[in-house]
Design a binder for this molecule. Structure first.
Ligand SMILES: NC(=O)c1ccc[n+]([C@@H]2O[C@H](COP(=O)([O-])OP(=O)(O)OC[C@H]3O[C@@H](n4cnc5c(N)ncnc54)[C@H](OP(=O)(O)O)[C@@H]3O)[C@@H](O)[C@H]2O)c1
Length: 256
């Protein structure tokens, strides 16, 4: 039975993933800021046969992350899997350079994810190995117009995971970068542009749970967007820049 610490569990992908992993028999620590959402989720997980412990945690507070992981270790009696999923995607069409928004994405998506990953390592070592993962995004494969801070925040975590994967190999700690395309969650329900190949949170959760079993280096989905973003990541700037500008203008036009 897996013992899992999952951040960002109160909503969207994290919530669906917690239920799916609970259904598969995992014992989880479900972490986020909203206690009432976590408490109702814990009941839902119990109803499908899993066990969940609630941990109220703001990942932007690094000291709290460290303490929270120690608390999770006590609640679970050691853990073997970590999924750093907490994240924010702020996309203000009026102002893509609002510093408060940029700072929030750095604090939660970068500092919060890095802190969760780094401070989990001693517990996985103590366990004799395990699985360390984070939910990044296909949006991190290239700087997306009007979403630069979000793309950059996810790219930072992906690059960090890439090195952790090698650094921790000899210690039997498998590292997985989970890169979703569009998933229907409160985060994307605010978007007013068309989101190609969008998946439900339940479909994403089921896919991630299946794939995590094999502990691959990267879990990217859906396949068509995985392929498109791979190809786009290799385009020279001379082709990418006008294409990205075209996309930006089209989305702006749709939002007017
Ligand atoms: N939806 C997509 O299309 C998509 C695509 C690619 C990647 N992702 C990534 O998937 C992850 C989950 O996103 P989602 O779509 O499921 O969004 P969501 O429904 O808005 O959920 C975000 C989760 O993160 C938690 N969170 C936010 N700030 C936090 C903080 N400071 N401390 C602790 N928890 C915090 C939220 O809980 P509280 O508010 O209760 O703290 C919530 O549980 C994110 O990392 C996102 O970037 C999403």
């Amino acid at each position: 039975m897996k013992k899992i610490v999952l951040t960002g569990a109160s909503s969207g992908i994290g919530r669906a993933l917690a239920i799916e992993l609970g259904r598969r028999g995992a014992e989880l620590v479900i972490a986020a800021r909203r206690k009432s959402e976590l408490e109702s989720l814990a009941q839902e997980i119990a109803a499908v046969g899993g066990t969940a412990h609630v941990l109220v945690l703001d990942v932007a507070n690094v000291a709290a992350v460290k303490e929270g992981l120690a608390e999770a270790d006590r609640m679970l009696g050691g853990f073997d899997t970590v999924i750093a999923n907490a994240g924010v995607g702020i996309n203000d069409p009026e102002d893509a350079f609002n510093w408060e928004d940029v700072e929030r994405m750095l604090d939660v998506n970068v500092r919060g994810a890095f802190a969760t990953l780094v401070h989990s390592i001693p517990y996985l070592r103590a366990h004799g190995g395990g699985q360390l993962s984070a939910v990044t995004s296909l949006a991190g494969r290239r700087g997306l117009p009007a979403s630069g801070a979000y793309s950059a925040s996810k790219a930072a975590v992906s690059v960090f995971l890439e090195t952790l994967r090698v650094d921790l190999l000899a210690e039997n700690i498998r590292v997985t970068d989970i890169q979703p395309g569009f998933v229907d969650t409160p985060m994307t329900q605010r978007n007013r542009f068309k989101m190609p190949f969008i998946w439900s949170a339940e479909k994403a959760a089921s896919y991630i749970s299946d794939e995590l079993e094999g502990a691959p280096g990267v879990i990217a989905f859906p396949l068509p967007l995985d392929m498109v973003t791979s190809a786009v990541s290799m385009l020279p700037n001379v082709i990418y820049d006008p294409l990205a500008k075209l996309m930006l203008d089209r989305n702006k036009h749709k939002q007017e």
